[in-house]
Design a protein around this ligand. Structure first.
Ligand SMILES: [Zn+2]
Length: 104
């Protein structure tokens, strides 16, 4: 992976244009390499990354299941919850804590 990012003035590795470039330096473990590219070409690599992301999401079954997620929250044990037995909700302010229910 890359471990460093910097700025230099040299030829772009992609299009060969001379000028200010941003450079990425790889870790030495992976074999030291420096990739230098101009702004236009780095933006193009961003588009390429987005394309790969689309392909990945299109292939992933988990990603396809994502739109199904917004369902009803947990259905676990709704029966255990006792029905409300306090005074009418119209008589109690909304900021009054339900202290009795929190005591052991
Ligand atoms: Zn370039």
């Amino acid at each position: 992976m890359f471990r460093e990012i910097g700025i230099a003035t040299t030829h772009c590795n992609f299009c060969g244009t001379w000028g200010i470039v941003a450079l990425l330096r790889t870790t030495e473990r992976d074999g030291l390499r420096i990739i230098e590219a101009c702004e236009t070409c780095w933006r193009a690599t961003g588009n390429a990354a987005n394309l790969l992301r689309l392909v990945r999401l299109g292939k992933s079954p988990k990603a396809k299941a994502t739109p199904k997620k917004p369902r009803k929250p947990r259905t676990g044990q709704p029966e255990r919850v006792a029905p409300y037995q306090g005074p009418s909700k119209h008589e109690v302010g909304s900021l009054v804590p339900l202290a009795e229910q929190h005591q052991p």
